[in-house]
Design a protein around this ligand. Structure first.
Ligand code: PGA
Length: 230
């Protein structure tokens, strides 16, 4: 199972290091799982044997003039080769266009990065039914090379992210099976995954893991959630 934790704008460098130390002790007892942590840019670290560190965002440049962004040179300092692209907060809050997302995708693919590519529909699209959802997703993956060997896809309905309201198991099963037909890559679910629904969600056919925000920020709670499915 792939267990990815997105810290968003939470944790400092100090608290991230403490978190990683605690998680490391647990993750090395879970040989069948892959752990990924996406800390904020100020808390980037090198990966350990059991935990891969990824960047929540990076600009598609080696280095240069792009105020407020980080590029490959900054990631190289920590040997980071994993990046999140297309997260709904980057798309909808920071206004990243399909075009910029594709540029990032192509650039980091060229660099051989493992790419966590996030897709998912807003509420008004979900309310129009499953065909509308799949049409929306088709737009998000237009021009994206889905055959890329280091691709991990995360289906994260926008209306479920950070709201406490997860998609139903039926919704997840249905959309995952449709995405799997167009993209045969590891497929994560994200959006209000928490201890109360974790075990059921990871048991759904076509769910290869989870991308967790809020419920990952406290390491003891995160470990307890993962243990609940063991
Ligand atoms: P959430 O966030 O678990 O807080 O809903 C998930 C995500 O944004 O990846």
């Amino acid at each position: 199972m792939i267990l990815a934790a997105n810290f968003k704008t939470n944790h400092t460098r100090k608290s991230t290091l403490e978190y990683l130390e605690t998680l490391d002790g647990f993750s090395n007892t879970c040989s069948e799982d892959s752990f990924y942590i996406f800390p904020p840019a100020t808390a980037l670290e090198s990966s350990s044997a059991h935990i891969t560190i990824g960047a929540q965002n990076a600009y598609p440049i080696e280095s240069g003039s792009c105020t407020g962004e980080i590029g490959v040179a900054q990631l190289n300092e920590f040997s980071i080769k994993t990046v999140l692209i297309g997260h709904s907060e980057r798309r909808h809050v920071l206004g990243e266009s399909l075009d910029l997302i594709k540029k990032k995708y192509d650039f980091f693919k060229e660099q051989g990065f493992t790419i966590f590519f996030c897709i998912g529909e807003p509420l008004e699209v979900k309310e129009q039914g499953v065909d509308a959802v799949m049409a929306y997703i088709a737009d998000q993956i237009e021009g994206i090379d889905l055959s890329y060997e280091n691709l991990i896809v995360a289906y994260e309905p926008v209306w479920a992210i950070g709201t406490g309201k997860s998609a139903t198991n039926e919704d997840i099963a249905q959309i995952h099976s449709k995405i799997k037909k167009i993209c045969d890559k590891p497929l994560l679910y994200g959006g209000s995954v928490k201890e109360a629904n974790f075990k059921d969600i990871v048991a759904i056919d076509g769910v290869d893991g989870v991308l967790v925000g809020t419920a990952s920020w406290d390491v003891a709670d995160y470990i307890s959630m993962i243990k609940s499915a063991k």
